[in-house]
Design a protein around this ligand. Structure first.
Ligand code: CMC
Length: 434
């Protein structure tokens, strides 16, 4: 934690003594007021549902400026990483280690990850316990959590080598597990990884090859998948990352923590939004229905939201959405689907929403999920697996944040307080007297 040069003074109108609290400066972004002594000095907690104003940790991994629409991984703008920052594994190295790799470091990292792509053979029996129509996210919560019963040799969270091995295992095995979840759902045999392929090409191979026919890798589609992974790799202290940190703060093993993160990501307000955005476009169906749909969104009683729009932090265009729209265009061109009706519908909907007072006044812009569903659908990925792809991409961010937390000397078990509004102490009355 940086030293405090300025202080905040908090005074109370109820006669409690005023309190001086240090203010810390980050390298960029808002200052924070250190309120750790508040309860001891005043007997009062702060109240902040949804953590709208609370920094729960210090971190040097990812920075978002929501007003500018800027996203930096270790200081590098997402646009540069996505366009000329190399492949997804380079981004993984950056997030985990703080710097982009040189050629030798990259080669070693890729080779290490590649050696861990297989999962324990016993895992396939674990898969068979699921119904074939289980949602892939429920399968992933179960199977990723189950990794902790297969890899006992990397569970000592106090051993930096164990932490490193677990991180590599998770990054390497997630594509295998996501592809297995898909294959299981359609009743096809699991496809083993091919270590001569790149990370993304191997994932496509495990998804789309069968024992009868090898999937022919298309470089444009592989690059598109790689970009999806880079754009989703980390996003500072979002709900699932905070879940991973909270689970990890008790000393739980990394596989269990990532399973917790996957569970949180599943929700439609978070990672589930890409699936929800595509379903929404399908439901709207045609450009002619946009006006009616927008009027439903504006009606607070309808419960309808414009999925893929709005963000807790971005109050400007999500920089990932711009890159995703570009990728969407490239992929549809490559596949000869430039007249794709859902893409046209999405662009028309975006244009109308960006000019509508409801969205303008609330600073609601497209987020990464608005176009990612269309890209994934074009790649052949089924809708139910979209959030699984998000989980695959975010695993590196989760594990980098988990590692950062474990080595932070200020780390404590996460334990929020509450404003209790229930019954005060009272006596139990016998059942015949109630
Ligand atoms: N459609 C319609 N109205 C919206 C939307 C939306 N998508 N998002 C926010 N609003 C309204 C909201 O009703 C509120 O209106 P009012 O001030 O009249 O009560 C106002 O905008 C402020 O919204 P909020 O609920 O305070 O914003 P939040 O920061 O709590 O929520 C959000 C952020 C992402 C949960 C929300 O915008 C949302 O539900 N969006 C749709 C789901 C979605 O696309 N999620 C993906 C997020 S990006 C991927 C990820 O990181 O997981």
């Amino acid at each position: 934690m940086t030293n405090s040069e300025t202080k905040a003074t908090l005074s109370f109108s109820d006669g409690s003594p005023s309190l001086e609290m240090p203010i810390y400066k980050g390298s960029i972004g808002p200052d924070v007021i250190d309120i750790r002594k508040l309860y001891g000095a005043t007997g009062k907690f702060t109240y902040d549902p949804g953590f709208m104003s609370t920094a729960a940790c210090n971190s040097s991994i990812t920075y978002i400026d929501g007003d500018k629409g800027e996203l930096l991984y270790r200081g590098y703008p997402i646009e540069q990483l996505a366009v000329n920052g190399g492949d997804f594994l380079e981004t993984c190295y950056l997030l985990l280690n703080g710097e982009l790799p040189n050629a030798a470091q990259k080669e070693e990292f890729v080779s290490t990850v590649t050696k861990h792509t297989m999962v324990h053979e016993q895992m396939q029996f674990f898969f068979r316990g699921f119904r074939r129509d289980a949602h892939p996210m429920s399968v992933l919560v179960g199977t990723v959590g189950a990794l902790s019963s297969f890899y006992h040799d990397s569970l000592d969270i106090n051993d930096p080598h164990h932490r490193e091995v677990s991180a590599i295992r998770l990054i390497a095995k997630m594509p295998t597990l996501v592809a297995m979840a898909y294959k299981y759902s359609i009743g096809q045999p699991f496809v083993y990884p091919r270590n001569d392929l790149s990370y993304s090409a191997n994932f496509m191979h495990m998804m789309f090859s069968t024992p009868c026919e090898e999937y022919k890798v298309n470089e444009v589609l592989v690059r598109a998948l790689d970009r999806i992974l880079i754009l989703h790799a980390d996003h500072e202290q979002n709900a699932s990352t905070s879940t991973v940190r909270l689970a990890g703060s008790s000393g739980a093993n990394p596989f269990a923590c990532i399973a917790a993160g996957i569970a949180c990501l599943w929700g439609p307000a978070h990672g589930g939004a890409n699936e929800a955005a595509l379903s929404m476009l399908e439901e709207i169906g045609s450009v002619d229905n946009i006006t009616h749909f927008i009027s439903q969104v504006k009606d607070k009683n309808s419960g309808v939201k414009l999925m893929g729009f709005g963000h807790r932090v971005y109050k400007n265009y999500d920089p990932r959405a711009k890159l995703m729209r570009e990728t969407c265009y490239e992929v549809l061109q490559e596949l000869g689907l430039q007249d794709d009706p859902l893409f046209k519908l999405a662009m028309a909907l975006e244009k109308i929403a960006l000019e509508d007072e409801y969205f303008v006044s609330r600073k609601l812009y497209p987020n990464v999920d608005f176009y990612s569903g269309i890209v994934q659908r074009a790649l052949g990925i089924p809708t139910a697996l979209f959030t699984g792809i998000f989980a695959l991409a975010r695993t590196v961010g989760w594990i980098a944040q988990w590692k950062e937390m474990i080595s932070d000397p200020e780390q404590k078990i996460g334990r929020p307080r509450q404003l209790f509004v229930g019954a005060a102490k009272r006596d139990v009355v016998a059942i015949d007297k109630r």
